[in-house]
Design a protein around this ligand. Structure first.
Ligand code: NBP
Length: 467
């Protein structure tokens, strides 16, 4: 009897679309879902001769050719652990479990170790692109044992998104590295979304432009260096109608999140990494959820009067475009810096050239800026910060005045732009040769005898500040 090439467990949006994508590439795919009705509904609505449903784990596992490769597309956390536990008794040594969900990388490291003891191989695979990407070609970030990745890579290489005919998949590194890269990808996504939202609020609340006019501006910007998937979908969102209304005006201003942004920030704290823009984007979502408090405060706490734009409107819009691009650069610089620190800490030996190439298509942060990042890392995998590379340096040197103008003007109008603000603070902090941290050191030594270092001589010092 024929055995199928690969199995997918979990038939919500991601799993069902991924299974269809694999089947559309000529592979035979076994599928299983905890709730049987979902499996039946999926195949009724999307019949595909290459997808074969199973209603018991035993039948599902036995339908696969050896070594069996099973992709989990279930909720991260306990659901993933439960699913792994349910299939282990049916697996043979050298079978391969691929976790395609958004698992926390530390969980992936742990699962990898636990399964290794049972001689079962494990690949933690970040998959980006949402349901559409899963169906038509996602960006894929696999982490685990390279030899195991090589066994399964033909299937995943064929279904991945393509950029200039190159598949947006590359082996990332050992154990949790694939999920780590996906986590930071999601963090960058948070910051990208937030700076676009802040740009929208400036155009709406300072220039009083309509959604259609803002969409047209985004459309124009999307033809140049700001070109990105997120700007592209935003211009479409702004044009969506519901009856006589623009749908965007009917959507509640409270942003939710599923946790990967928070993980990225928590890990930045652990690594002592100044991930200010992503952190600020996560905090902005938290603040957005305080709708009733914000409604109350808006009536009690005063705001400045809106004054007309100081320069002409066309000039201001160009400043805003430059501010958005430089902020985006700073956000990617922070994200890649975190990847670099994590790579050293966990001995992953990440190749940033390969990672930037994966991000160029299929994923949510796909953008033209990634071509420049690819070029930087092609020649130097060890560059300590993207802002120091010639291309990004020259953009920063010519655009920072616009970022400052937009931020100072917007803050004077009483409009909250936390992520833009954190971009310029990071930029200025990073390029400051002499900071105020000498005073912090003195304060720490004063109240806690924490000691300090000096610039005029080496060694560790303590002063009795009260004498
Ligand atoms: P969900 O994250 O909503 O998960 C739903 C699936 O998990 C269903 O198949 C469900 O089975 C299964 N499941 C749950 Br919930 N608890 C389970 C348990 N205890 N045991 C076994 N199965 C269980 O689906 P999704 O949005 O398709 O995402 C799948 C994975 O891909 C997630 O890890 C997600 O974070 C990740 N991801 C999602 C996106 C996206 O855009 N949605 C993008 C990239 C990655 P049931 O039908 O029986 O309830």
């Amino acid at each position: 009897m024929r055995k199928n090439d690969i199995g997918v467990i979990g038939l919500a949006v991601m799993g069902s679309n991924l299974a269809t994508n694999i089947a559309n590439h000529g592979y035979f795919v076994s599928v299983f879902n905890r709730t049987a009705q979902k499996t039946k509904d999926f195949l009724k609505n999307h019949p595909n001769k290459n997808i074969i449903p199973y209603f018991s784990i035993n039948d599902f596992v036995n339908s696969l050719s050896s070594p069996r490769c099973i992709i989990l597309m279930v909720q991260s956390g306990i659901a993933t652990d439960n699913t792994i536990q349910s299939i282990i008794p049916h697996l043979h040594s050298n079978d391969i479990i691929v976790d395609g969900g958004n698992s926390f990388y530390q969980d992936t490291i742990q699962r990898h170790q636990n399964l290794l003891k049972k001689k079962i191989n494990f690949i933690g695979m970040g998959i980006s692109g949402g349901e559409y990407g899963a169906l038509t070609g996602p960006a894929i970030m696999p982490g685990g044992d390279k030899k195991i990745y090589d066994i399964i890579s033909p299937i995943f290489t064929s279904i991945a998104a393509k950029y200039n005919d190159e598949s947006c998949i590359n082996y990332i590194g050992p154990d949790g590295s694939g999920h780590y890269v996906k986590m930071v990808h999601n963090g960058i996504e948070y910051a990208d979304m937030q700076i676009i939202a802040e740009t929208y609020t400036i155009l709406k609340n300072i220039l009083f432009l309509s959604n259609q006019e803002i969409s047209e501006i985004f459309n124009t910007w999307n033809q140049g260096e700001l070109k990105s998937y997120l700007l592209d979908i935003t211009k479409n969102i702004l044009l969506k109608k519901e009856g006589k209304y623009d749908l965007i005006d009917l959507i509640l201003d409270e942003a939710c999140s599923k946790g990967t942004g928070i993980w990225t920030c928590q890990d930045a704290l652990n690594l002592h990494e100044s991930l200010t823009m992503i952190t600020s984007s996560v905090f902005s979502r938290f603040l957005s959820s305080l709708k009733s408090q914000r409604m109350l405060a808006s009536k009690i706490l005063s705001s400045p009067k809106i004054i007309p734009v100081l320069c002409n409107q066309v000039e201001f819009i160009e400043q805003l475009r430059q501010a958005l691009y430089l902020s985006k650069i700073i956000s990617y610089a922070q994200g890649f810096s975190q990847l670099s620190i994590a790579s050293k800490k966990y001995n992953w030996n990440l190749k940033f050239y390969n990672i930037a190439k994966i991000f160029r298509s299929g994923c949510i942060i796909q953008a033209d800026i990634l071509n420049h990042i690819v070029k930087v890392y092609k020649y130097d995998n060890n560059i300590i910060n993207l802002l120091l590379s010639p291309y990004f340096q020259s953009i920063a040197n010519s655009y920072h005045i616009s970022l400052r103008s937009v931020i100072s003007y917007t803050i004077q109008q009483g409009i909250s732009i936390p992520t833009f603000s954190s971009a310029i603070s990071y930029y200025d902090g990073y390029r400051t040769a002499q900071s105020s941290a000498n005073l912090i050191q003195a304060q720490r030594d004063y109240f806690g005898s924490h000691t300090y270092k000096r610039c005029d001589k080496s060694g560790i010092y303590h002063t009795n500040w009260l004498q």
